[in-house]
Structures are given as C-alpha cells and as structure tokens.
Design a protein around this ligand. Structure first.
Ligand SMILES: O[C@H]1[C@H](O)[C@@H](O)[C@H](O)[C@@H](O)[C@H]1O
Ligand SMILES: [Fe+2]
Ligand SMILES: [Fe+2]
Length: 308
C-alpha cells in the first residue's frame, strides 16, 4: 500500500517535470518565432500566380455540389452531435505515418486545385516550409495538417463533414463564405431568430476558442494534437483554422476574436501559402523523405501510437 503510494507520487512528479519541460520548449519556440520574424511574408508566397488557385465560380460540378451539400447540412444540431460522437470513442490506434498511408486513397471532392493523393499534398506542404527554413514544428504541422481527413474512414456521413472550407455555426452565415449566404438556403439555421444574427450565440470578443466551427478535418485533428502532441499553440491554430478562409483570408467574424486570436491569425496567415500554393510544386518521394519526417514526428508525438 505504502509502496504503491510512493510509486504514484514519483510518477506524478515525473509527469510534472515532463509538462514543465514541454512548456519551456514551447516558450523557447515562441521566442524564436518572434525573433526570426517567422510569420512575415515569405518569398514562396510572392513567387506564385494566385489567380490560378481557388477559382470557385469556374470550378467543376463536383466542387459546386460538394458545397451545396455541406452548406445545407452543417447546422448547430449536427455540430453538437458530431462533437458528442467524437468524444465518446476512439476510432483507431496507429502512428502518424500509418495514418498518412491510410489517407492516401482519399480524393478530396471540395478541392478545385489538386487531384493528387493526400500524402503527396502533405509532403508538398511540409517540404515547402522546410525549404523556406521554417522551424521543425512548422514543418511537422505542414506534414500533418490534413490528417484529420481520416475521419472519412470512420464516422463521416460523406465528405461534407470532413473536407472543404470551414465557417462558424450558431451565428449568421457571412457573405464571404464560398458561394455566399445564398448557398445556405436549405440550411435549417438560416433565418433562425437567434443563430442568424450578427453575434448569434456568441458575444463580441469572446475568442474563437468558444466558437463552434463547422465540423471536419481541422476541428478533429486539432483536438487530437492538443491532447497527444507537444506542438506549440501556433501549430494548433494552423491546424484548427487552416480551412477557415472567410476569417483568415477575407476578414469575416473578426469581431469574435480576443487578443490571443490576433497572434494566432498571424501564424495561420503565414501557414496558408504553404498549404495552398505548394499544390503546384513537384511530387516529393515519400520513401526518400520518410526517415527525416519520422524523426520529426517522434519529437512531437511522444506516445508514437496515436488514439484517433
Ligand atoms: O478543398 C480544400 C481542402 O479540403 C483542404 O484540406 C481545406 O483545408 C481547404 O480549406 C478546402 O477548401
Ligand atoms: Fe485542409
Ligand atoms: Fe491542405
């Protein structure tokens, strides 16, 4: 009994030291980011002809139909149900690399800019970040940012609750969301007396942490990484908001932000070009790059086998 207690106390102390170490590492990374002007505009961004990307008006029917379905079905009720479902079980246990391999068969219906497999897109993003000399945690964020699309193989009702841009629910749908408010005409929350107002169920400056973003790969992976990785807050923000284009690229819903979100927005904006514009880069070789990225994964995911 006394031995058991002593053992428990020692393991509590070890846990505490580990948390302390992880926090110190995060703090050092934050400082480094600031000093290096890490989130300033990059050369990579300037090289690309932006008119070649995200042309939704000219997109094919596959993309248009995808958003019609997503905008009809992402409601407050659905989002509450999806979160409850997420919290109630573990879907699978595997390493990050295994997850990348599993994801490889998914072709994203919402994407007008690439028909490459997901592993190619992940490596393209990570390699672009690495080429630009950005820190290791950001390279890893590029490598994993779309892994939440794994959801498709488990709980999803289709692709509409996995991929595509995100937007908040429980608040008026903004005109700056792809295809505008009109595309929500079959959504039961449109014209709702509380939800469809300027602040909906939220309040000015409440912070995006409190805001329910449409359920999909960003939200899902964010929760997994928050619990199971030692990635810094900026990386978690890049993951959670990378599809929230109406906010990070069009300036919608800014009145919900708190001070912390302002810092996070800079990080998300710095990440975005590597996600989007790397889609026109060459295809990297997964086999060649695997050893480099395995080391990176192990550095930030101490348990190795992840509960998905
Ligand atoms: O079609 C894309 C794709 O699904 C991405 O993974 C997502 O992050 C984008 O925001 C979306 O528009
Ligand atoms: Fe994504
Ligand atoms: Fe992506």
């Amino acid at each position: 009994m006394r031995d058991g207690q002593a053992l428990e106390e020692t393991s509590d102390a070890v846990d505490e030291v580990n948390v302390l170490k992880a926090n110190m590492k995060k703090e050092a990374e934050r400082k480094e980011a600031e000093e290096k002007g890490l989130f300033d505009e990059s050369e990579f961004d300037k090289e690309k002809d932006k008119t070649n990307f995200r042309q939704y008006e000219d997109a094919c029917d596959r993309v248009k139909n995808f958003y019609k379905e997503q905008h009809s079905k992402q409601t407050v009720a659905f989002n509450l149900k999806a979160r409850h479902n997420f919290n109630s079980k573990t879907r699978a246990e595997m390493t990050v690399w295994e997850a990348m391999e599993k994801l490889n068969t998914l072709i994203d219906e919402s994407d007008p800019d690439t028909s490459l497999s997901q592993i190619d897109h992940l490596l393209q993003s990570a390699e672009a970040i690495r080429r630009d000399g950005k820190p290791r945690w950001m390279q890893l964020t590029g490598l994993i940012h779309d892994l939440g699309k794994l959801l498709f193989f488990y709980d999803a009702e289709g692709q509409w609750d996995v991929v595509g841009d995100t937007f908040p629910v429980g608040i008026g749908f903004d005109e700056r969301i792809i295809y505008g408010r009109e595309s929500f005409k079959d959504n039961e929350d449109l014209n709702h007396p509380v939800y469809d107002t300027k602040f909906g169920i939220y309040s000015p400056g409440c912070g995006l942490d409190k805001v329910m973003l449409s359920w999909g790969h960003d939200e899902y992976l964010y929760h997994i990484c928050k619990e199971q990785s030692t990635l810094p807050a900026e990386a978690l923000a890049m993951i959670r908001y990378h599809s929230f284009y109406p906010w990070h690229s069009a300036g919608a819903y800014e009145e919900l932000m708190d001070e912390h979100d302002k810092d996070m927005l800079r990080a998300v904006k710095a990440f975005n070009p590597y996600d989007l514009y790397s889609k026109s880069d060459g295809i990297p070789s997964a086999e060649e790059l695997k050893p480099y990225y395995m080391e990176l994964i192990n550095e930030y995911f101490p348990t190795k086998v992840i509960k998905w």
